[in-house]
Design a binder for this molecule. Structure first.
Ligand code: 5MM
Length: 347
């Protein structure tokens, strides 16, 4: 295992004041987001959108690493410069999603297990050779009547740990993403119970597989009430539940924690991350930052809509969201400043 290299990469990913940009939507997910806005669902449209993202001026001021999809990591700007080169030269560490998706878990209706271990060793070597320095694998856990099952939690935790060990063997930092979904009417308390079960099992399996914790990044969900829950807790309650849950389950050796946004509004994701850093700043053994996709990209995508004439304004919106999350990572996000910034983006 290349321990020093892994620790160095993980530290660069968790650099002060920055976070990760997830731009690793699979083609079906990307196409779905494009379809909702009337954008053509073609390889060229996906390439143009990702070119807009990687060439956003000032992106590296707030973003330390970008997670790409297999199609994207092989793509280039219209002038022929590979995206990997653009990002690396800007000082942004390149990562890639390596799971092949969440599939139905046999014998467990409504539950999924993430696949992609077959041939992973060779795929990781190929990604490392073209410049990737970290990888990502997402497991999804649903809360519902009788869910999640022990089978779902253990199968996903085992796969995450096998993936993480293979990544470290290849010199890539694994981003370990066990996502407890927001769908449902469960309470914050129930989300906290499931979150604890999941994290304890994930770290048990990482230990069993001999994964170096200093060379991983955890990408969890925030602990939240379900979207359909009648009581939606405030910023402080969410911050306290989430950080308390993490402090109880995540070893101090882990390089950092970078949240997914999971379908929260961009503003709420920033405000919640900021509240966590503000309230717990001095008590955190690891960096607490972001690895958002929708909460960074969506406002810019809604401006771009596939029109070349909208590129500059969409890039300003993207840069603005990245900067808001950089503030949040430092506990300094202010909704009023966000609104001011949004007005100036719209010019
Ligand atoms: C949970 O999704 C990850 C974070 O995105 P959000 O901040 O929008 O929640 C994201 O990296 C996700 O794993 C990718 O978009 C890939 O998703 P699919 O479903 O296409 O594999």
């Amino acid at each position: 295992m290349k321990a020093l290299e892994l620790v160095d990469t993980a530290r660069r990913m968790m650099m002060a004041g920055k976070g990760l940009l997830a731009m690793d939507e699979s083609n079906p997910t990307c196409n779905q987001r494009f379809a909702a806005l009337g954008i053509p669902q073609t390889e060229e449209a996906r390439r143009a959108w990702r070119e807009l993202i990687v060439t956003t001026p000032g992106l590296a001021d707030s973003i330390s690493g970008a997670i790409l999809y297999d199609e994207t990591i092989h793509q280039s700007c219209a002038d022929g410069t590979p995206f990997v080169k653009v990002l690396t030269e800007a000082g942004i560490v390149v990562g890639v999603k390596v799971d092949t998706g969440a599939k139905a878990l046999a014998g467990h209706a409504g539950e999924k297990v993430t696949e992609g271990l077959d041939g992973l060793r060779e795929r990781l070597q190929a990604y490392a050779a073209i410049g990737a320095r970290f990888a990502k694998w997402r497991a999804v856990i649903a809360i519902g009547a009788g869910l999640p099952s022990v089978a779902c939690i253990t199968a996903n935790a085992h796969a995450l740990a096998r993936y993480a060990a293979l990544c470290q063997e290849a010199g890539l930092v694994p981003v370990v993403e066990p996502e407890v979904l927001m769908t449902g009417d469960h309470t914050l308390q129930r989300c906290a119970e499931v979150g604890a079960q999941v994290l304890h099992e994930v770290f048990e399996q990482l230990h069993v597989q001999g994964v170096l914790l200093e060379g991983i990044v955890l990408k969890p969900n925030m602990l939240l009430p379900g979207l359909a829950c009648s009581h939606q807790d405030g910023l402080d309650e969410v911050a306290d539940a989430t950080v308390t849950g993490l402090l109880r389950a995540v070893p101090a050796a882990v390089a950092g924690v970078a949240f997914l946004s999971g379908g929260q509004s961009a503003e709420l994701a920033s405000a919640r991350l900021s509240a966590m850093n503000q309230r717990f700043k001095s008590q955190l053994p690891w960096a607490l930052t972001f690895s958002f996709a929708r909460a960074i990209q969506q406002p810019a995508l809604e401006i771009w809509r596939g029109e070349p004439g909208n590129v500059a304004q969409a890039q300003r919106a993207l840069q603005h969201r990245a900067a808001c999350n950089s503030d949040a990572r430092q506990g300094e996000y202010l909704a009023a400043m966000d609104d001011l910034g949004k007005s100036s983006v719209l010019g």
